[in-house]
Design a protein around this ligand. Structure first.
Ligand SMILES: [Zn+2]
Length: 394
């Protein structure tokens, strides 16, 4: 964001003369907005403003309807330039108007709250100075999870037993992680399937290493993104990845739940910003147009929802705490690959430490495995009840 200074300085006569001349020369070099172009690719929308000269600008965002506003200073509109641009990609409408003698205001109404990035590209081989605004969806996973947990359709959970095949994961003295987490995952699937409104599927249901195209072997990174794409293909509302930890310090104990806020799902170092985020209790609210819709018919398009991976994680942890030793009372944010998809909400549960004798003993006991999966299912139900209650109030 660039903030032009609008502070007024006291003007002496001498300064006024200089100012007058400066103004004239600036007026001569006024920029002209020549064109506004919109491109789309892969669910992202790019808006390009072609200007004859570098301009001062200011950008801010507004909510309900969701808008990005750009003020261009000392700028004229090219003759014949359209001042209203219709729906395209993630943009609902663009309106351009002269706000006052110094300023042109461009209002970009977007389809929902988005991630945006603005870059200024100076003239090079291209004769224009360009302002480029990239827009992309960021909350699909959050919206889907919140909507599916309250409407009457089946809530689908993808369960990812960590590791598998060539990758054993953590080594305990009596069990290895890949076998243990498969066992727990199968129990979780069975319990979820017993619920009328839920169903589950496993990302792997045997001792295999998930790879794209069912290849026998692939790199770790490919396997991790394959797990996400299997979750997406299965229409999952939530991906739960099950692990068991190991640590050099064998005294470390307890379960940990990891989840990422949506902003952190965007690549580190990315210059995307999020449009204004409404703060609500569960980070969920109905879009204004959907306020009279019955909750049982809600779809993801009816909601503004953020950070639902964290929200569902809180409920699961709260239930786990009753039966299982845990390390942290709130979800921890860590950039594990399976947590980074913005299109599927996800949590990763380290059920506890195989490097700790007591934890291992606890984990290999089938009754305790039951306790863990029962807590997860109770957590899912409690999440759903909480979202339903929150949306019903509005
Ligand atoms: Zn693991």
């Amino acid at each position: 964001m660039h903030n032009p200074s609008l502070k007024k300085k006291p003007i002496t006569l001498f300064a006024a003369i200089i100012l007058c001349c400066l103004f004239t020369s600036m007026a001569d070099s006024k920029s002209i907005l020549k064109d506004v172009r919109i491109n789309q690719s892969d669910g992202e929308t790019r808006l390009v403003l072609d200007l004859t000269e570098k301009v001062k600008y200011k950008l801010f965002t507004l909510n309900r309807p969701d808008r990005i506003v750009i003020d261009l200073y000392e700028t004229d509109l090219a003759k014949g330039l359209k001042t209203k641009i219709k729906k395209s990609g993630l943009i609902n409408e663009i309106r351009i108007a002269r706000n006052n003698s110094r300023r042109i205001r461009m209002v970009i109404e977007t389809s929902e709250i988005l991630f945006y990035r603005l870059s200024a590209i100076p003239k090079n081989s291209n004769p224009n100075h360009r302002l480029v605004i990239d827009l992309k969806k960021a909350f699909e996973g959050s919206k889907k999870l919140a909507a599916s947990s309250v409407n009457r359709k089946k809530f689908i959970v993808a369960i990812d037993p960590g590791h598998g095949g060539k990758d054993p994961g953590a080594q305990g003295s009596q069990v290895i992680e890949k076998d243990l987490v498969l066992k727990i995952s199968k129990k979780l699937k069975k319990l979820i399937d017993e619920e009328k409104t839920m169903s589950a599927f496993l990302i792997r249901d045997n001792d295999s290493f998930p790879c794209p195209g069912n290849k026998k072997n692939c790199r770790q990174q490919e396997s991790l993104s394959e797990r996400i794409s299997r979750a997406k293909k299965g229409g999952a509302d939530l991906l739960i990845s099950i692990h068991a930890d190991a640590f050099s310090d064998s005294s470390v104990r307890g379960a940990t739940l990891y989840a990422l806020s949506d902003a952190r799902k965007i690549r580190r170092g990315s210059d995307y910003k999020v449009m204004y985020r409404p703060k609500t209790k569960n980070n969920v609210r109905l879009q204004s147009k959907s306020s009279r819709k019955s909750l049982s018919r809600l779809t993801e398009d009816d909601l503004d929802a953020q950070d639902q991976s964290i929200e569902v994680g809180k409920h699961i942890l709260r239930e786990m705490m009753k039966e299982v030793r845990i390390r942290k009372k709130t979800p921890r944010e860590a950039e594990f690959a399976v947590l980074k998809s913005t299109s599927v909400a996800s949590v990763l549960i380290e059920t506890s430490y195989l490097s700790n004798k007591n934890d291992e003993k606890f984990l290999i006991n089938p009754r305790n495995q039951d306790k863990i999966v029962e807590a997860i299912v109770r957590g899912l139900k409690s999440y759903s009840a909480s979202i339903r209650k929150d949306l019903a109030k509005k």
